[in-house]
Write a protein that binds this ligand. Structure first.
Ligand code: FES
Ligand code: FES
Length: 206
């Protein structure tokens, strides 16, 4: 978040801000660099498209989906409005809360700050794609068991961030969990329950 604020202060345009900061989440600078590099290789920005709707295909939760979107559409808008995957929440819609966290090629990103057109052939995973064969992901079960949700607006983003942590680090410490969720804001203050749930899910997965 600190770096996002620096970008705003430099006075870039909204589009420039979205391009520069859109593929970050929770202030994870390493991830920002990796995904932006891919964006440069693969993006369609050199072609002129729009301003009207364009047809694109997107791999979401393992299925190829055909969408008709305006080039200005964010990934969050495309997921919610075009595919009706409303589990991805839009709360601030400006990269400040991470409620809209999804994975793009296994990297957590803020979907409200990512242009849908820039996803290209990368694989998107949303909260709806975490369960397998009708069975909830262990972190989803742990959130239920540990009462880690109140109003629920931050919950999908929290789960996508913590599930990613467990993929990368099966033995997280409390500090690791806090670090992984540092960009996820919960107005209801469920943080202690989120931390307990994540550590419990890690034990269960072992
Ligand atoms: S960061 Fe996307 S809705 Fe807040
Ligand atoms: S549960 Fe309400 S914002 Fe987190």
């Amino acid at each position: 978040m600190k770096d996002d604020k620096k970008i705003i202060k430099k006075g870039v345009s909204r589009r420039g801000f979205l391009k520069g900061a859109g593929l970050t989440t929770a202030g994870t600078i390493v991830l920002q660099t990796g995904v932006l590099a891919k964006t440069k290789e693969n993006s369609v920005q050199s072609k002129t498209v729009g301003p009207g709707p364009v047809n694109v295909e997107m791999n979401v939760n393992g299925k190829t989906r055909s969408l008709t979107i305006e080039p200005r559409s964010t990934l969050a808008q495309a997921l919610r409005d075009e595919i009706q995957l409303t589990g991805t929440k839009m709360v601030c819609d400006r990269g400040a809360c991470s409620a809209c966290t999804v994975w793009v090629d296994d990297i957590p990103v803020n979907a409200c700050m990512t242009f849908a057109m820039d996803v290209g052939d990368r694989k998107v995973v949303t909260i709806e794609g975490l369960a397998e064969n009708g069975k909830l992901h262990p972190i989803q079960e742990a959130f239920i068991d540990h009462d880690a949700t109140q109003c629920g607006y931050c919950t999908p983003g929290m789960i996508m961030s913590t599930a990613h942590l467990l993929k990368e680090n099966p033995n997280p410490t409390l500090e690791d969990v806090k670090h992984a969720t540092r960009g996820n804001y919960c107005r209801c203050g469920t943080y202690p329950h989120v931390f307990k749930a994540t550590l419990a899910a890690a034990k269960k997965i072992k």
